[in-house]
Design a protein around this ligand. Sequence first.
Ligand code: ADP
Length: 509
Amino acid sequence: MARAKSSTSTKETPAKPVHSHAHMPKPKVLFVASEVYPFAKTGGLADVVGALPHALLKLGCEVAVVMPKYKIISPEKYKLKYEINGLAVPMGMGDLNADVLSTRLGDTHAKVYFIQNDRYFDRDGLYGTPEGDYQDNAGRFAFFSRAVLELLRALDWYPDVLHLNDWQTGLIPAYLKTLYSDQTSFKQVKTLFTIHNMAYQGLFPKYILPMTGLRWEEFVHEKLEFYDQVNYLKSGLVYSDAISTVSPTYAAEIRTDEFGQGLQGVLNLRSSDLHGILNGIDYDEWNPATDKEIPAQYTVKNHDRKIESKIKLLHELGLEFKAQTPVIGLVSRLSDQKGLDLIAEAIEPFLAMDVQLVVLGTGDLRYHEMFEALKNRFPQKLSVNFKFDNRLAKLIYAGSDMFLMPSRFEPCGLGQLIAMKYGSIPLVRKTGGLSDTVENLSPEGKKGSGFVFENYKAEDLLFTIRRAVEAFHQPKIWKELVHRAMTKDFSWDASAKQYLELYRQIQRK
Ligand code: ADP
């Protein structure tokens, strides 16, 4: 498995000798992201940027985080303090203003900064409403990106590495390599751009370019231009000093036509700067031994207590509890990426089996409609919950026997990692991070931590569900399987060390 590789690079070059860094000062890192747990979250990105800084602090790095101040972030709850009033942010059409607020990251001394501009961020959603994306996202995230650089100038604090995440931060390396290139204080500031999902690129009509402040000479095929549009993700890939993505397998996949989403050429040009580092999960947050949201805490030693969560979950959702019927959880964005079209194709024979399916998620309207219609036909087998709800998510991880994640593509995936920790056996397709983290149950049942199928076909999904249900009815095999899944270690420690090593590599550039 790719996870076993010690190198973070996708290249097959021999590993460089490991130097002792014991006496080197640890890099100063600023994380820049559009969502950070617990302040604002729509998916795995928030989990990663909420957790990785903690792991790096433990390794001795100086860390700070910056994100937009959305409406849902309560100043009272997070004790936000004004850091800077009226920071001037030069945009193409003149200066805009940002206020900068701050708080502490958890109970650490590290700071989280919030860029506040009510016109851009005082809205209900992060990127849009259920009806669609906000029309001014190009302006919102160009402004955010530029404000981050102006914040550093105002603080007179220059990190060694700007750790940027996804398209919302993609213009930052472009600004650094153009408008800021002759500012001496920024000369030593290097950028690492992390891709959490190639499918979201921040594509905008070219007429927005002057608003960003960047010049038309950047709007060429080698740089920002992508089929006559401005592509913020491409900007991150082209101008950053190094690129990473969130699993070794996805790092290799995105260089191919099938997964590159049109940017495989750019990634191949930068293959020597492209790294794959697997996400971890924060076991302080995701741990059935300490989870207050579930009725009975448990560890690998007494995981039969999961049954209390199963009873509570089914009761709460109005489904009858039957110990012998496996409950299958699905906590996910309801989109094609997550395999929802495959589930749609397989759903009738799937629900004809003796199973109960519990769905929590929001997403494409057609999947809302599909589940809504099925609910009436299978009232005792299916519960659908169209909302974003952390508490219910945890009860599903704890109260389900299996966790369904048949993604078409998956950069890393956190659902399967959380599920394993809670003893819910993942049922996944062999792609991206799923293939790096879930091992198929061996034929004799002695090895593996889940059920894995390869081809993106409804019949293969169904075959795998059947295989899982059969294994569920073999108590000894199932118990050992749960044991192996729960004892897998996907904590951040190992991955944070790989990031630290990568920061050092970038600093030497
Ligand atoms: P994504 O591609 O959406 O980022 P990941 O598997 O990497 O997928 O991360 C998804 C994260 O969001 C997990 O922590 C999962 O539990 C959570 N999540 C997804 N949908 C919901 C929901 N409707 N309610 C609560 N949590 C959710």
